[in-house]
Write a protein that binds this ligand. Structure first.
Ligand code: DAK
Length: 264
């Protein structure tokens, strides 16, 4: 792959957007490679993913403006669909995905980060949806996800004014969970991913599905998702082992780590 690096560290997959000459901007090829790398993740062994950008300046500086500048109306719509399909693939990916935002996360970069389950960032990170200054709207889900993550009023202010903001603001409005010095960011992302990886995989995946699916539903229907998807964990070996550990008053880490139901 020309623009994406993928490495597995024990049971954590690290995806790096690697297009430093354009501050890791997302063009058609980068989006296609990102989609392909997600399709290739081994769900039997990998328990969490981290997405970051190469270098120490930029996570992703947006969709590629040079490529977009020459698009016709039809091509623009096709680009919008391709980008949104990848963002949705990240959002609904069966494993938790952590965005380690190591610099600029503008436009499509912020939209990629918001498609991840959890965002942490470095002190030099800069976020924003500058699209209205370019004569377009956020096109990879930004109008929807920013409003849901931080609140409609705050999202509207940032989007309508095309105002970029720094890490401390991102933390204050709940866009990121934590801010670290640049040199610590990947270690902290890995620590977090490994803590997730140490839990029961079926239960973690079920939690992601319950939270994501539930947020799109009315409360009664959302609770039903929890009953069905969450309740299914009682058919897992980790549920038996985890509860037996508790009853034996042993704080043993789970050993089984079943990744799929036997009858699935
Ligand atoms: N696209 C293409 N190239 C980019 C880029 C981008 N988004 N961002 C940076 N680059 C390139 C620069 O052109 C420059 O290339 P060379 O001139 O060296 O060839 C190189 O990266 C280094 O950038 P700078 O020289 O500008 O570096 P600085 O440190 O001075 O500034 C910056 C860094 C991040 C503040 C600045 O590069 C910048 O403002 N970049 C653009 C940020 C931005 O506006 N991002 C949002 C893009 S719009 C839709 C589909 C998708 C979208 C919307 C609609 N539909 C189809 C409806 C999504 C839109 C966006 O994401």
């Amino acid at each position: 792959m020309a623009f994406i690096k993928y490495e597995v560290n024990e049971n954590v997959g690290v995806i790096t957007i690697d297009r430093p000459k354009a501050l890791n901007a997302l063009n058609t090829d980068v989006l296609a490679e990102l989609s392909a790398v997600l399709d290739g993740v081994d769900l039997d062994t990998v328990r969490a993913l981290i997405i970051t950008g190469s270098g120490d300046k930029s996570f992703v500086a947006g969709a590629d403006i040079a490529e977009m500048s020459t698009k016709t109306l039809e091509e623009g719509v096709a680009f919008y669909r391709a980008g949104n399909a990848v963002m949705r693939k990240v959002e609904t990916f069966p494993l938790p995905v952590i965005a380690a935002v190591n610099g600029f996360a503008l436009g499509g970069g912020n939209e990629l980060a918001m498609s991840c389950d959890i965002r942490i960032c470095s002190e030099n990170a800069v976020f924003g949806q500058p699209e209205v200054g370019l004569g377009i709207t956020p096109g990879f889900g930004g109008t929807q996800r920013l409003a849901r993550i931080v609140s409609p009023g705050i999202a509207k202010q940032f989007i309508y004014t095309a105002t970029n903001f720094k890490a401390d603001k991102a933390l204050a409005i709940g866009l990121v969970n934590a801010v670290y010095p640049q040199e610590q960011l990947m270690d902290e992302a890995m620590k977090l991913a490994k803590k997730i990886a140490a839990q029961a995989p079926i239960a973690v995946r079920a939690c992601k599905k319950c939270i994501n699916d539930g947020l799109d539903k009315a409360m009664d229907d959302a609770i039903e998702v929890e009953c069905v998807v969450g309740g299914a964990c009682f058919g897992s070996e980790d549920q038996k082992e985890g509860m037996a550990n508790f009853l034996r008053k042993k704080d043993d880490p789970l050993k089984v780590k079943q990744v799929a139901f036997k009858n699935a």
